[in-house]
Design a protein around this ligand. Sequence first.
Ligand code: OAD
Length: 246
Amino acid sequence: MRQSLGSYRRIVILTGAGTSAESGIATFRDADGLWAKHDISEVATPEAFARDPTKVLEFYNQRRRDVLSAEPNPAHRALARLEQELPLRCPGAEVLVVTQNVDPLHERAGTKNLIHMQGELLSAWCTACDARQAWDANMHAASPCAACAKTGTVRPDIVWFGEMPYHMQRIEDALAAADLFVSIGTSGNVYPAAGFVAGARRAGAHTIEINLEPSEGASYFHERRHGPAGMLVPEFVDQVLGSFRF
Ligand code: OAD
């Protein structure tokens, strides 16, 4: 039996690639992960895009194709249920999901209060006019921007290494107000996300890691639960919702 959880009202969930692994999306640092097959400096930096846009675009075209038909798994669905049911049991309670993932599986599962801190595969960004547009087709170096019609200025709406993640102020504010922080399916290798647990602890939050194996930062968490997210996340959500009595 798990130890019982308190009744939490401000919950921040950080998700990483392991959350989508059971939906068939490749992780980055597992033995068969993307970074075992591709060099980060050749496909995931602004310098790589400037040097060889076709190579970078083909990497993201393949990843976009991978997610088009992917389905949410029980971990995504359980987090959507937590967001919907928590306020019914505790009026005013809130769940924020901050994901490092660029796939659309949290929103497909029904999560609404969601931050894609590293961008989205199904979005394109025009660096000339700053417009963002939904994008599910292959992207080419000459793809025109639907807003300003320029070519050569559209890129994947992805935060590459060396770029600033999106919505950091909103995330920091949520961490400062959190009473529970849960990190799911992330190896804890990439900052700033790897530092969120320290921020949440400073704010007095209880912290839980849910991951297949201990992450780089496992020792920073009050509680560690190791196993597949598709099993442990629904169990965790049942536990949080069950802590409120009608
Ligand atoms: P990683 O690939 O680094 O880590 C995935 C973690 O998920 C590992 O610790 C696995 O053990 C765990 N895992 C695998 N399958 C799981 C399952 N079924 N249930 C639970 N856990 C499982 O992915 P991230 O930590 O998300 O950034 O990587 C962070 C960032 O590094 C990514 O957003 C990406 C990458 O480079 C950029 O591309 C900028």
